[in-house]
Design a protein around this ligand. Structure first.
Ligand code: LHQ
Length: 262
């Protein structure tokens, strides 16, 4: 485990674990934590040994969004657009463009940008006791970190608007029932299950998994014609991969495949 203070980082079995580590502030983002988390995702892009990412939080919370002490208007009117452009948007783009699975284990409350960060990941699990809060409405802000994009797509406009306008907390089980996250897990089993899932995916045909992620994301803006053309192109590429050759050989030889993500 390497400890850069605000982000704990460890690579094991192809899984890069990134843990938000400002537990006294419920892992609210300051600039240092932003930069350290960004460095973690940049490593995930560049390092072939990283085949999946597991994002979670230290302590009783997952992430309470922006550290409001760092963006206090009483100390001068802040340019929040600059904050978003400099810190949040690059992070979102890094997560969405990473062609490797990103698993999120929401260990406790996820508020503001913390909630929308969890929804930007590929597979999000949450402790049964966790709750999601679009806290922006409580302080006169607008959902960011992709929330106005992901919420209506994941749960429809009616629920998206109600969550964003009321800032009412949403429990993990309801979030799972609505399709905002993949599963709610008993608190004491969350990390075990999330680690097992990330490890399983990291040992899988991660080149194909990465292309699958790209295709599903592209569907948000593609027509059916564009999408099936994309599927053709990606399948052509996947069909030439070493993992496809290994997967078919293993199937025919009735053995477990050994994928290398190539
Ligand atoms: C915090 C925070 C926090 C600092 C808890 N900051 N200390 C983007 C661009 C630029 C600017 C603005 O924002 C954005 C995006 C955003 O994320 S906006 C939304 C920002 N987040 C919030 O508004 C959430 C604020 N926090 C809360 O409402 C509560 O803390 C929640 C509901 C998350 C948890 O409530 P509790 O479980 O009752 O915990 P708590 O309130 O007692 O918090 C524990 C400690 O964490 C406490 O410190 P203390 O020294 O009193 O123990 C809080 O002050 C601190 N904390 N969130 N965002």
């Amino acid at each position: 485990m390497s400890d850069s203070g605000t982000i704990l980082s460890a690579l094991a079995d192809g899984v890069l674990s990134l843990t938000l580590n400002r537990p006294d502030k419920l892992n609210a983002f300051n600039e240092e934590m932003h930069l350290a988390l960004r460095a973690g995702f940049e490593r995930a892009h560049a390092d072939a040994d990283v085949r999946a990412v597991l994002l979670t939080g230290a302590g009783r919370g997952f992430c309470a969004g922006q550290d409001l002490g760092d963006r206090d208007p009483s100390k001068g009117v802040p340019d929040l657009g600059h904050t978003i452009e400099t810190f949040y948007n690059p992070l979102l783009r890094l997560i969405r463009s990473l062609e490797k699975p990103v698993i999120c284990a929401v260990n406790g409350v996820a508020a503001g940008a913390g909630a929308n960060l969890a929804f930007a990941c590929d597979i999000t699990l949450a402790a049964r006791s966790a709750r999601f809060i679009q806290a922006f409405a409580k302080i006169g802000l607008v959902p960011d970190s992709g929330g106005t994009w992901s919420l209506p797509r994941l749960i429809g406009e009616a629920r998206a608007k109600a969550l964003a306008l009321t800032a009412e907390p949403l429990g993990a089980e309801t979030a799972a029932d609505w399709g905002l996250i993949w599963r709610a897990i008993d608190d004491d089993k969350l990390m075990e299950e999330a680690t097992a899932l990330a490890t399983r995916l990291a040992a899988g045909p991660t080149k194909g998994l990465g292309m699958t992620k790209r295709a599903i994301q592209a569907a948000a803006t593609n027509s059916l014609d564009e999408q099936i053309d994309l599927e053709r192109d990606l399948q052509r590429e996947a069909g030439r991969s070493a993992d496809y050759a290994e997967g078919v050989s293993a199937f025919l030889e009735k053995r477990k495949p050994e994928f290398r993500g190539q």
